[in-house]
Write a protein that binds this ligand. Structure first.
Ligand code: HEM
Length: 361
């Protein structure tokens, strides 16, 4: 039988093994406590950081060279684009929300305090012709296309913030891409109808004597007596010019954004975007007031864009100079005749031409 050289009892092994394990645990813990070079205040330079600082052009603008010949093609990364994105996300969207929300609030408070502006003594039923079919169709085409553009533009501007939490990414991406296509498609229709609106309404919207009084009296809000007005009053004329001027600015900037390959650089694109969005917010905001006055706000106004006729009492209340012209020229028709015309159509009836409106300033 082979005799073992060392006889070690198991109890003798326990102590050294325990000590080795303890040492191991202590070393392991200390290895975590060792500070990184940054924690120790030693800065180790990333070899790529200088390169990337230059690429991002944080310190100076760098123009490179490239075979591609187009605007800004020698700029690798444009840091201004980051600033623009931050402005759009942090400021533009908030400004839009605040402005639109406040106007809805003001209209609501105004309606609650003042209610519907009624015609004193009520409507008479005797009517006077105001707008041709062509003018009304033009108005509604412009209005509907505008509302569609406002809704799709609204989706593009506020959608990420408003709709993603409700609809989720998949549905929103479908909504956003269809809004973008629809917006691009209907933009040109807006431009054409705006141009037609400009041409067919311009004569009656030139400011004249008496309009300033309307403004100073807050369109009749200040003082008790009626405020004077021609075929269009000062408020309507100002709405018209706002639609035309801002509408054209929105159209021009829209074209710049839609066709980016005509030599316009990023700065022009960004500037166009700001003008486009601010212009749209101003128009949408004021259009709330216009829609309110055309529907709930004042009695009898909506009729003109529905049937083309208005009650003579409405004309006397809001457009006294034009109403006088209608009386002087026997242009008022009785309620019976109006009913007959509505039933039979306008065959055989020669309505007051819009030039009567023009001369009836
Ligand atoms: C529900 C929506 C709307 C209603 C109920 C409405 C109603 C009216 C009415 C009743 C008039 C004629 C006022 C009068 O007889 O003196 C009018 C004129 C006009 N509307 Fe609208 N409208 C609406 C939307 C819009 C929109 C969205 C736009 C443009 C973006 C617009 C642009 C105009 C313009 C330019 C005029 C002519 C004002 C002038 O030439 O002085 N409307 N609207």
């Amino acid at each position: 039988m082979i005799k073992p050289i060392f006889r070690i009892k198991i109890e003798q092994l326990v102590r050294p093994v325990f000590l080795i394990l303890l040492l191991f645990v202590i070393l392991l813990q200390n290895s975590h406590a060792i500070d990184t070079p940054q924690q120790q205040g030693i800065s180790i330079k990333n070899p790529g950081s200088d390169l990337w600082r230059e690429v991002r052009q944080r310190d100076t603008a760098i123009q490179g060279t490239t075979q591609i010949k187009s605007v800004d093609s020698n700029v690798l990364i444009n840091p201004q684009a980051d600033r623009w994105t931050r402005f759009r996300v942090d400021k533009l969207i908030n400004i839009g929300f605040i402005v639109l929300g406040s106007v809805i609030g003001v209209i609501l408070v105004f309606f609650l305090l003042r209610g519907r502006v009624k015609i004193e003594g009520g409507l008479s039923g005797n009517m006077v012709f105001r707008f041709h079919d062509f003018e009304r169709v033009l108005h509604w085409v412009l209005a509907l296309v505008f509302l569609f553009l406002a809704l799709t533009g609204f989706t593009l501007l506020f959608g990420r913030t408003l709709f993603i939490p409700i609809l989720g990414h998949d549905i929103f991406s479908l909504l956003a891409s269809s809004s973008k296509e629809g917006h691009n498609l209907f933009g040109p229709i807006f431009m054409v109808s705006l141009l037609m609106m400009f041409i067919s309404f311009v004569k009656r919207n030139i400011y004249e004597k008496g309009d300033l009084t309307w403004l100073l009296r807050g369109g009749g809000m200040i003082g008790k007596s009626h405020v004077t007005g021609g075929f269009f009053n000062m408020g309507e004329k100002s709405w018209y010019w706002l639609v035309i001027l801002i509408g054209f600015a929105i159209s021009a900037t829209g074209l710049i954004l839609l066709f980016p390959s005509f030599g316009q650089g990023r700065i022009i694109m960004e500037l166009s975007h700001v003008i486009h969005v601010f212009g749209a917010i101003i128009l949408i905001t004021v259009s709330f007031g216009h829609m309110y006055l055309g529907t709930l706000g004042t009695e009898g106004t909506g009729e003109s864009m529905k049937t083309g006729y208005v009650d003579i009492k409405w004309a006397e209340a809001h457009h006294d100079r034009w109403a006088k012209h209608c009386h002087d020229n026997n242009l008022v028709i009785t309620a019976d005749e109006y009913a007959r015309l509505q039933g039979k159509g306008k065959v055989g009836y020669e309505p007051v031409s819009t030039t009567a409106g023009e001369s009836g300033k």
